[in-house]
Design a protein around this ligand. Structure first.
Ligand SMILES: Cc1cc2nc3c(=O)[nH]c(=O)nc-3n(C[C@H](O)[C@H](O)[C@H](O)COP(=O)(O)OP(=O)(O)OC[C@H]3O[C@@H](n4cnc5c(N)ncnc54)[C@H](O)[C@@H]3O)c2cc1C
Length: 428
Protein backbone atom coordinates (compact mmCIF):
# COMPACT_ATOMS: atom_id res chain seq x y z
CA UNK A 1 0.00 0.00 0.00
CA UNK A 2 1.48 3.45 -0.90
CA UNK A 3 2.59 5.58 2.06
CA UNK A 4 0.31 8.60 2.62
CA UNK A 5 0.73 11.75 4.71
CA UNK A 6 -2.34 10.85 6.77
CA UNK A 7 -4.59 7.86 7.36
CA UNK A 8 -7.66 10.07 7.25
CA UNK A 9 -8.28 13.66 6.20
CA UNK A 10 -11.50 15.28 7.40
CA UNK A 11 -12.91 18.31 5.63
CA UNK A 12 -14.77 20.65 7.99
CA UNK A 13 -14.74 21.34 11.72
CA UNK A 14 -18.52 21.29 12.30
CA UNK A 15 -20.08 18.63 14.56
CA UNK A 16 -19.83 15.97 11.83
CA UNK A 17 -16.13 16.57 11.15
CA UNK A 18 -15.06 16.92 14.79
CA UNK A 19 -16.99 13.82 15.84
CA UNK A 20 -15.48 11.82 12.98
CA UNK A 21 -12.01 13.05 14.03
CA UNK A 22 -12.61 12.02 17.65
CA UNK A 23 -13.71 8.52 16.60
CA UNK A 24 -10.76 8.20 14.18
CA UNK A 25 -8.30 9.15 16.92
CA UNK A 26 -9.86 6.65 19.32
CA UNK A 27 -8.91 4.05 16.69
CA UNK A 28 -5.36 5.41 16.49
CA UNK A 29 -5.63 6.76 12.91
CA UNK A 30 -3.29 9.62 11.90
CA UNK A 31 -5.94 12.30 11.41
CA UNK A 32 -5.84 15.73 9.79
CA UNK A 33 -8.89 18.00 10.03
CA UNK A 34 -9.00 21.12 7.86
CA UNK A 35 -11.43 23.95 8.51
CA UNK A 36 -11.73 26.95 6.22
CA UNK A 37 -12.83 29.41 8.96
CA UNK A 38 -11.31 30.64 12.20
CA UNK A 39 -13.39 29.66 15.23
CA UNK A 40 -15.59 30.85 16.85
CA UNK A 41 -17.81 31.21 13.78
CA UNK A 42 -21.59 31.65 13.56
CA UNK A 43 -23.69 28.61 12.62
CA UNK A 44 -27.44 28.15 12.72
CA UNK A 45 -28.85 24.89 14.14
CA UNK A 46 -28.96 25.35 17.90
CA UNK A 47 -31.47 22.76 19.06
CA UNK A 48 -30.02 19.32 19.86
CA UNK A 49 -31.78 15.96 20.01
CA UNK A 50 -31.30 13.66 23.03
CA UNK A 51 -29.90 10.86 20.82
CA UNK A 52 -26.86 13.08 20.16
CA UNK A 53 -25.87 12.73 23.84
CA UNK A 54 -24.91 9.05 23.57
CA UNK A 55 -22.64 9.65 20.58
CA UNK A 56 -20.84 12.50 22.32
CA UNK A 57 -20.54 10.28 25.39
CA UNK A 58 -18.76 7.67 23.23
CA UNK A 59 -16.29 10.23 21.88
CA UNK A 60 -15.70 11.61 25.41
CA UNK A 61 -16.95 15.12 24.53
CA UNK A 62 -20.18 14.88 26.55
CA UNK A 63 -18.82 15.94 30.00
CA UNK A 64 -17.41 19.08 28.34
CA UNK A 65 -20.83 19.86 26.82
CA UNK A 66 -22.48 19.28 30.22
CA UNK A 67 -20.01 21.63 31.89
CA UNK A 68 -20.43 24.42 29.32
CA UNK A 69 -23.55 26.02 30.85
CA UNK A 70 -25.90 25.42 27.90
CA UNK A 71 -29.68 25.65 28.40
CA UNK A 72 -31.23 22.23 29.22
CA UNK A 73 -33.89 21.12 26.74
CA UNK A 74 -36.62 18.75 27.92
CA UNK A 75 -38.94 18.92 24.95
CA UNK A 76 -40.81 21.18 22.54
CA UNK A 77 -44.06 23.18 22.32
CA UNK A 78 -46.04 23.32 19.10
CA UNK A 79 -48.56 26.14 18.53
CA UNK A 80 -50.68 27.44 15.69
CA UNK A 81 -50.01 31.05 14.65
CA UNK A 82 -53.66 32.01 15.25
CA UNK A 83 -55.58 28.94 16.34
CA UNK A 84 -56.10 27.59 19.85
CA UNK A 85 -54.39 24.19 19.43
CA UNK A 86 -51.15 23.54 21.27
CA UNK A 87 -49.10 20.45 21.93
CA UNK A 88 -46.23 19.71 24.27
CA UNK A 89 -43.74 16.98 23.47
CA UNK A 90 -42.03 16.18 26.78
CA UNK A 91 -39.06 13.85 26.33
CA UNK A 92 -39.66 12.20 29.72
CA UNK A 93 -42.76 10.61 28.17
CA UNK A 94 -40.60 8.80 25.64
CA UNK A 95 -41.14 5.06 25.18
CA UNK A 96 -37.37 4.51 24.98
CA UNK A 97 -35.54 5.32 28.23
CA UNK A 98 -32.48 7.59 28.30
CA UNK A 99 -33.86 10.32 26.02
CA UNK A 100 -35.14 12.64 28.76
CA UNK A 101 -33.11 15.74 27.95
CA UNK A 102 -30.38 17.42 25.96
CA UNK A 103 -29.26 21.04 25.41
CA UNK A 104 -29.99 24.11 23.34
CA UNK A 105 -26.57 25.35 22.27
CA UNK A 106 -24.96 28.40 20.80
CA UNK A 107 -23.24 26.73 17.86
CA UNK A 108 -20.13 28.93 17.88
CA UNK A 109 -19.38 27.65 21.39
CA UNK A 110 -20.63 24.06 20.88
CA UNK A 111 -18.66 23.52 17.65
CA UNK A 112 -15.56 24.97 19.32
CA UNK A 113 -15.81 22.49 22.21
CA UNK A 114 -16.16 19.50 19.85
CA UNK A 115 -13.23 20.67 17.70
CA UNK A 116 -10.99 21.24 20.76
CA UNK A 117 -11.91 17.77 21.98
CA UNK A 118 -10.81 16.24 18.66
CA UNK A 119 -7.55 18.20 18.97
CA UNK A 120 -6.98 16.95 22.53
CA UNK A 121 -7.38 13.38 21.28
CA UNK A 122 -4.50 13.97 18.85
CA UNK A 123 -6.12 15.29 15.66
CA UNK A 124 -3.93 17.68 13.71
CA UNK A 125 -6.26 20.64 13.11
CA UNK A 126 -5.52 23.29 10.50
CA UNK A 127 -7.76 26.34 10.69
CA UNK A 128 -8.20 28.87 7.86
CA UNK A 129 -7.34 26.06 5.49
CA UNK A 130 -9.66 25.32 2.59
CA UNK A 131 -9.89 22.20 0.48
CA UNK A 132 -9.86 23.42 -3.13
CA UNK A 133 -9.90 20.13 -5.02
CA UNK A 134 -9.80 16.44 -4.44
CA UNK A 135 -8.89 13.41 -6.54
CA UNK A 136 -9.95 10.09 -5.08
CA UNK A 137 -9.30 6.59 -6.42
CA UNK A 138 -9.16 3.01 -5.17
CA UNK A 139 -5.92 3.46 -3.22
CA UNK A 140 -6.22 6.93 -1.72
CA UNK A 141 -6.82 10.64 -2.12
CA UNK A 142 -4.81 13.65 -3.27
CA UNK A 143 -6.20 16.79 -1.69
CA UNK A 144 -5.31 20.36 -2.59
CA UNK A 145 -5.30 22.68 0.44
CA UNK A 146 -5.12 26.45 0.46
CA UNK A 147 -4.06 28.58 3.42
CA UNK A 148 -2.39 31.97 3.82
CA UNK A 149 0.89 30.42 2.63
CA UNK A 150 -0.61 29.31 -0.69
CA UNK A 151 -1.66 25.95 -2.11
CA UNK A 152 -0.15 22.52 -1.39
CA UNK A 153 -1.06 18.87 -1.91
CA UNK A 154 -1.47 16.29 0.85
CA UNK A 155 -2.34 12.62 0.55
CA UNK A 156 -4.62 10.53 2.75
CA UNK A 157 -5.85 6.94 2.48
CA UNK A 158 -9.35 8.08 3.49
CA UNK A 159 -11.24 11.32 3.14
CA UNK A 160 -14.38 12.15 5.10
CA UNK A 161 -16.08 15.14 3.52
CA UNK A 162 -17.94 16.88 6.37
CA UNK A 163 -17.85 20.29 4.71
CA UNK A 164 -21.54 20.99 5.32
CA UNK A 165 -23.74 22.79 2.86
CA UNK A 166 -20.93 24.99 1.46
CA UNK A 167 -19.97 23.89 -2.02
CA UNK A 168 -16.45 25.28 -2.02
CA UNK A 169 -15.22 22.41 -4.18
CA UNK A 170 -17.29 19.91 -6.11
CA UNK A 171 -16.81 16.36 -7.25
CA UNK A 172 -19.04 14.41 -9.61
CA UNK A 173 -20.23 12.55 -6.50
CA UNK A 174 -21.54 15.79 -5.03
CA UNK A 175 -23.24 16.89 -8.24
CA UNK A 176 -25.66 13.96 -8.51
CA UNK A 177 -28.69 14.62 -6.28
CA UNK A 178 -31.82 12.64 -5.45
CA UNK A 179 -35.00 14.17 -6.91
CA UNK A 180 -36.44 16.90 -4.62
CA UNK A 181 -39.09 15.61 -2.21
CA UNK A 182 -40.70 18.89 -1.15
CA UNK A 183 -41.33 22.54 -2.06
CA UNK A 184 -38.31 24.84 -2.10
CA UNK A 185 -38.16 26.61 1.23
CA UNK A 186 -36.02 29.27 2.81
CA UNK A 187 -35.30 30.52 6.31
CA UNK A 188 -34.89 34.08 7.61
CA UNK A 189 -33.43 34.25 11.11
CA UNK A 190 -31.55 36.16 13.76
CA UNK A 191 -30.80 36.15 17.49
CA UNK A 192 -33.05 38.29 19.70
CA UNK A 193 -33.16 39.70 23.24
CA UNK A 194 -36.44 40.21 25.06
CA UNK A 195 -38.30 37.03 24.07
CA UNK A 196 -40.28 35.87 27.13
CA UNK A 197 -39.58 32.36 28.47
CA UNK A 198 -42.05 29.98 30.05
CA UNK A 199 -41.45 28.93 33.66
CA UNK A 200 -39.82 25.69 34.86
CA UNK A 201 -39.09 22.73 32.59
CA UNK A 202 -40.61 24.49 29.60
CA UNK A 203 -38.09 27.37 29.76
CA UNK A 204 -35.69 25.45 27.53
CA UNK A 205 -38.26 23.97 25.14
CA UNK A 206 -38.02 24.65 21.44
CA UNK A 207 -41.15 26.57 20.46
CA UNK A 208 -42.56 25.90 17.00
CA UNK A 209 -45.32 28.17 15.68
CA UNK A 210 -47.05 26.79 12.61
CA UNK A 211 -48.26 29.25 9.96
CA UNK A 212 -50.43 28.41 6.93
CA UNK A 213 -47.42 28.10 4.64
CA UNK A 214 -44.48 27.83 7.00
CA UNK A 215 -43.41 28.05 10.62
CA UNK A 216 -41.29 29.85 13.18
CA UNK A 217 -38.71 28.38 15.55
CA UNK A 218 -37.96 29.99 18.91
CA UNK A 219 -34.92 28.47 20.64
CA UNK A 220 -33.37 29.89 23.82
CA UNK A 221 -29.58 29.82 23.43
CA UNK A 222 -28.50 31.52 26.67
CA UNK A 223 -29.98 33.52 29.54
CA UNK A 224 -30.48 36.56 27.29
CA UNK A 225 -30.62 35.50 23.67
CA UNK A 226 -33.14 33.49 21.68
CA UNK A 227 -32.72 32.20 18.15
CA UNK A 228 -35.82 32.96 16.10
CA UNK A 229 -36.37 32.03 12.47
CA UNK A 230 -39.13 32.03 9.88
CA UNK A 231 -39.32 29.18 7.38
CA UNK A 232 -41.42 29.82 4.31
CA UNK A 233 -41.49 28.84 0.64
CA UNK A 234 -39.35 30.57 -1.96
CA UNK A 235 -42.60 31.17 -3.87
CA UNK A 236 -44.13 33.03 -0.92
CA UNK A 237 -40.96 35.12 -0.65
CA UNK A 238 -41.12 35.99 -4.36
CA UNK A 239 -44.83 36.80 -4.17
CA UNK A 240 -44.33 39.10 -1.16
CA UNK A 241 -41.52 40.93 -3.00
CA UNK A 242 -40.17 42.56 0.16
CA UNK A 243 -36.89 42.42 2.07
CA UNK A 244 -36.53 39.21 4.15
CA UNK A 245 -36.58 41.20 7.43
CA UNK A 246 -39.88 42.80 6.36
CA UNK A 247 -41.32 39.40 5.47
CA UNK A 248 -40.27 38.16 8.93
CA UNK A 249 -41.96 41.11 10.66
CA UNK A 250 -45.13 40.78 8.56
CA UNK A 251 -45.42 37.12 9.54
CA UNK A 252 -45.04 38.09 13.22
CA UNK A 253 -47.67 40.85 12.86
CA UNK A 254 -50.19 38.45 11.32
CA UNK A 255 -50.04 36.00 14.23
CA UNK A 256 -51.59 36.55 17.64
CA UNK A 257 -49.22 33.97 19.17
CA UNK A 258 -46.09 35.49 17.63
CA UNK A 259 -47.07 39.04 18.58
CA UNK A 260 -47.27 37.80 22.16
CA UNK A 261 -43.84 36.13 21.95
CA UNK A 262 -42.00 38.70 19.83
CA UNK A 263 -43.67 41.97 20.95
CA UNK A 264 -40.66 43.10 23.03
CA UNK A 265 -37.95 41.32 21.00
CA UNK A 266 -34.99 43.15 19.46
CA UNK A 267 -32.47 41.51 17.11
CA UNK A 268 -28.87 41.31 18.34
CA UNK A 269 -27.39 40.73 14.88
CA UNK A 270 -28.41 41.24 11.24
CA UNK A 271 -30.87 38.76 9.69
CA UNK A 272 -29.40 35.72 7.94
CA UNK A 273 -31.02 33.88 5.05
CA UNK A 274 -30.65 30.26 3.99
CA UNK A 275 -32.48 29.17 0.88
CA UNK A 276 -33.23 25.86 -0.78
CA UNK A 277 -31.90 23.67 1.98
CA UNK A 278 -33.48 20.33 1.19
CA UNK A 279 -31.26 18.01 -0.87
CA UNK A 280 -29.61 14.60 -0.71
CA UNK A 281 -26.64 13.37 -2.74
CA UNK A 282 -27.33 10.21 -4.66
CA UNK A 283 -24.23 8.29 -3.63
CA UNK A 284 -22.62 8.88 -0.22
CA UNK A 285 -19.54 6.65 -0.40
CA UNK A 286 -16.78 5.87 -2.87
CA UNK A 287 -13.92 3.44 -2.32
CA UNK A 288 -11.89 5.91 -0.24
CA UNK A 289 -14.18 8.90 0.19
CA UNK A 290 -17.34 9.24 2.32
CA UNK A 291 -19.76 12.12 2.75
CA UNK A 292 -20.79 12.93 6.33
CA UNK A 293 -23.51 15.20 7.75
CA UNK A 294 -24.85 18.07 5.64
CA UNK A 295 -22.27 17.30 2.93
CA UNK A 296 -24.29 14.10 2.36
CA UNK A 297 -27.71 15.69 2.54
CA UNK A 298 -30.12 17.66 4.61
CA UNK A 299 -33.87 17.87 5.09
CA UNK A 300 -35.90 20.68 6.62
CA UNK A 301 -34.80 21.62 10.19
CA UNK A 302 -38.29 21.44 11.75
CA UNK A 303 -37.43 18.39 13.91
CA UNK A 304 -33.88 19.60 14.74
CA UNK A 305 -32.34 16.50 13.21
CA UNK A 306 -29.31 18.09 11.43
CA UNK A 307 -26.62 17.89 14.10
CA UNK A 308 -27.74 14.45 15.22
CA UNK A 309 -27.65 13.03 11.66
CA UNK A 310 -24.20 14.63 11.24
CA UNK A 311 -22.67 13.02 14.31
CA UNK A 312 -24.44 9.72 13.68
CA UNK A 313 -23.17 9.55 10.09
CA UNK A 314 -19.66 10.41 11.38
CA UNK A 315 -19.88 7.43 13.73
CA UNK A 316 -21.04 5.12 10.92
CA UNK A 317 -18.40 6.38 8.48
CA UNK A 318 -15.47 5.86 10.85
CA UNK A 319 -16.71 2.39 11.83
CA UNK A 320 -16.74 1.46 8.15
CA UNK A 321 -13.30 2.79 7.24
CA UNK A 322 -11.66 1.28 10.32
CA UNK A 323 -12.90 -2.18 9.30
CA UNK A 324 -11.66 -1.81 5.71
CA UNK A 325 -8.37 -0.20 6.78
CA UNK A 326 -7.52 -3.19 8.95
CA UNK A 327 -7.84 -5.36 5.84
CA UNK A 328 -5.76 -2.89 3.74
CA UNK A 329 -8.51 -2.30 1.18
CA UNK A 330 -11.02 0.31 0.05
CA UNK A 331 -14.77 -0.03 0.58
CA UNK A 332 -16.50 -2.76 -1.38
CA UNK A 333 -19.51 -1.95 -3.58
CA UNK A 334 -21.75 -3.60 -0.96
CA UNK A 335 -20.33 -1.51 1.90
CA UNK A 336 -20.73 1.68 -0.12
CA UNK A 337 -24.33 0.90 -0.98
CA UNK A 338 -25.10 -0.07 2.63
CA UNK A 339 -23.59 3.18 3.97
CA UNK A 340 -25.67 5.23 1.52
CA UNK A 341 -28.90 3.40 2.32
CA UNK A 342 -28.28 3.40 6.11
CA UNK A 343 -27.83 7.19 6.17
CA UNK A 344 -30.82 7.77 3.89
CA UNK A 345 -33.01 5.37 5.88
CA UNK A 346 -32.09 7.13 9.13
CA UNK A 347 -32.63 10.62 7.67
CA UNK A 348 -35.76 9.31 5.94
CA UNK A 349 -37.50 8.86 9.31
CA UNK A 350 -37.18 12.62 9.85
CA UNK A 351 -38.29 13.23 6.26
CA UNK A 352 -41.55 11.40 6.99
CA UNK A 353 -42.07 13.50 10.15
CA UNK A 354 -41.43 16.64 8.10
CA UNK A 355 -43.98 15.59 5.45
CA UNK A 356 -46.49 14.98 8.23
CA UNK A 357 -45.79 18.45 9.70
CA UNK A 358 -46.53 20.29 6.45
CA UNK A 359 -49.75 18.39 5.76
CA UNK A 360 -52.61 20.06 7.66
CA UNK A 361 -54.64 16.86 8.12
CA UNK A 362 -51.67 14.84 9.38
CA UNK A 363 -50.56 17.71 11.58
CA UNK A 364 -54.04 17.70 13.16
CA UNK A 365 -53.41 14.10 14.25
CA UNK A 366 -50.03 15.06 15.75
CA UNK A 367 -51.54 18.10 17.53
CA UNK A 368 -54.63 16.44 18.99
CA UNK A 369 -54.75 16.10 22.75
CA UNK A 370 -54.87 12.31 22.75
CA UNK A 371 -53.19 10.82 19.69
CA UNK A 372 -55.28 7.68 18.95
CA UNK A 373 -54.19 4.33 20.44
CA UNK A 374 -51.69 5.97 22.77
CA UNK A 375 -49.11 6.25 19.98
CA UNK A 376 -47.56 9.41 21.43
CA UNK A 377 -44.81 7.82 23.61
CA UNK A 378 -43.43 6.09 20.51
CA UNK A 379 -43.68 9.28 18.50
CA UNK A 380 -41.98 11.20 21.33
CA UNK A 381 -38.98 8.83 21.09
CA UNK A 382 -38.73 9.46 17.36
CA UNK A 383 -39.06 13.23 17.83
CA UNK A 384 -36.25 12.87 20.41
CA UNK A 385 -34.14 11.48 17.57
CA UNK A 386 -34.53 7.70 17.92
CA UNK A 387 -34.54 7.10 14.17
CA UNK A 388 -33.45 3.50 14.69
CA UNK A 389 -36.95 2.08 14.35
CA UNK A 390 -36.91 -0.91 16.65
CA UNK A 391 -40.16 -2.92 16.62
CA UNK A 392 -42.01 -0.98 19.40
CA UNK A 393 -41.28 2.26 17.53
CA UNK A 394 -41.69 0.85 14.02
CA UNK A 395 -45.27 -0.33 14.46
CA UNK A 396 -46.37 2.79 16.32
CA UNK A 397 -44.88 5.00 13.61
CA UNK A 398 -46.54 2.92 10.88
CA UNK A 399 -49.93 3.13 12.61
CA UNK A 400 -49.48 6.87 13.19
CA UNK A 401 -48.71 7.49 9.51
CA UNK A 402 -51.66 5.30 8.57
CA UNK A 403 -53.98 7.35 10.84
CA UNK A 404 -52.60 10.49 9.17
CA UNK A 405 -53.55 9.10 5.76
CA UNK A 406 -57.01 8.05 6.96
CA UNK A 407 -57.56 11.50 8.48
CA UNK A 408 -57.81 12.91 4.93
CA UNK A 409 -60.99 10.87 4.33
CA UNK A 410 -62.56 10.21 7.71
CA UNK A 411 -61.57 13.08 10.06
CA UNK A 412 -60.62 10.73 12.87
CA UNK A 413 -59.58 13.74 14.98
CA UNK A 414 -61.08 17.25 14.76
CA UNK A 415 -59.44 19.31 11.98
CA UNK A 416 -57.20 22.17 13.08
CA UNK A 417 -58.67 25.66 13.32
CA UNK A 418 -56.01 27.92 11.89
CA UNK A 419 -57.97 31.09 12.68
CA UNK A 420 -58.08 34.24 10.53
CA UNK A 421 -54.68 35.89 10.01
CA UNK A 422 -54.67 39.53 11.07
CA UNK A 423 -54.25 41.88 8.09
CA UNK A 424 -50.93 43.75 8.06
CA UNK A 425 -51.40 47.54 8.15
CA UNK A 426 -49.88 49.24 5.08
CA UNK A 427 -46.52 50.91 5.75
CA UNK A 428 -46.64 54.67 6.54
C1 LIG B 1 -32.27 27.34 8.93
C2 LIG B 1 -31.65 26.15 9.57
C3 LIG B 1 -31.98 25.80 10.87
C4 LIG B 1 -31.41 24.66 11.46
N1 LIG B 1 -31.77 24.29 12.74
C5 LIG B 1 -31.25 23.17 13.28
C6 LIG B 1 -31.56 22.78 14.62
O1 LIG B 1 -32.30 23.45 15.32
N2 LIG B 1 -31.00 21.64 15.09
C7 LIG B 1 -30.13 20.89 14.34
O2 LIG B 1 -29.65 19.85 14.82
N3 LIG B 1 -29.78 21.26 13.10
C8 LIG B 1 -30.32 22.36 12.55
N4 LIG B 1 -29.93 22.75 11.31
C9 LIG B 1 -28.98 21.92 10.59
C10 LIG B 1 -27.55 22.09 11.12
O3 LIG B 1 -27.18 23.43 11.01
C11 LIG B 1 -26.63 21.21 10.29
O4 LIG B 1 -27.24 19.96 10.05
C12 LIG B 1 -25.29 20.98 10.98
O5 LIG B 1 -24.58 22.17 11.17
C13 LIG B 1 -24.45 20.03 10.12
O6 LIG B 1 -23.18 19.81 10.68
P1 LIG B 1 -21.96 19.44 9.72
O7 LIG B 1 -20.80 19.20 10.61
O8 LIG B 1 -22.38 18.40 8.76
O9 LIG B 1 -21.73 20.76 8.85
P2 LIG B 1 -21.40 22.25 9.30
O10 LIG B 1 -21.83 22.51 10.69
O11 LIG B 1 -21.95 23.11 8.23
O12 LIG B 1 -19.82 22.29 9.28
C14 LIG B 1 -19.10 22.23 8.07
C15 LIG B 1 -17.77 22.94 8.24
O13 LIG B 1 -16.99 22.73 7.06
C16 LIG B 1 -16.27 23.90 6.76
N5 LIG B 1 -15.94 23.86 5.32
C17 LIG B 1 -16.79 23.96 4.28
N6 LIG B 1 -16.15 23.81 3.11
C18 LIG B 1 -14.84 23.60 3.42
C19 LIG B 1 -13.67 23.37 2.64
N7 LIG B 1 -13.72 23.31 1.31
N8 LIG B 1 -12.49 23.23 3.29
C20 LIG B 1 -12.43 23.29 4.64
N9 LIG B 1 -13.50 23.49 5.43
C21 LIG B 1 -14.69 23.63 4.83
C22 LIG B 1 -17.24 25.02 7.13
O14 LIG B 1 -16.57 26.23 7.37
C23 LIG B 1 -17.91 24.44 8.39
O15 LIG B 1 -17.27 24.86 9.58
C24 LIG B 1 -30.48 23.88 10.72
C25 LIG B 1 -30.13 24.25 9.43
C26 LIG B 1 -30.70 25.37 8.84
C27 LIG B 1 -30.30 25.74 7.44
Amino acid sequence: MPETDYDVLIIGGGPGGSTAAAYARQQGLRTLLVEKCEFPRFRIGESMLPTTNAILRETGAWPKIQAAGFIPKYGAMFYLANGPAEKEVDFRNSLIPGLESTYQVERAKFDGILLDHARVLGTEVRMSTTVRSLVSDGVGNRVELEDTGGRRMVTARWVLDASGRDNVFTTDQKRALDPPTSAKRMAVYSHFCGVPRPEGRRAGHTIVVRLDDGWFWIIPIDEERTSVGLVTTLDAMKRANVEPAVLFQQAVDRSARLRELMGAATPTMPFHITSDYTYFRRELARERLLLVGDAAGFFDPIFSSGVYVSVWSAQQAVKLIVGADREHRGLTAGERARYTSAIKRHAGVFRRLITMFYDNQSFAVFMCEQVPWNLMPGLTSIVAGHAELTWPLWWRFKVFLCVCRLQHRFHIVPPLEFGPPKAVAPAG
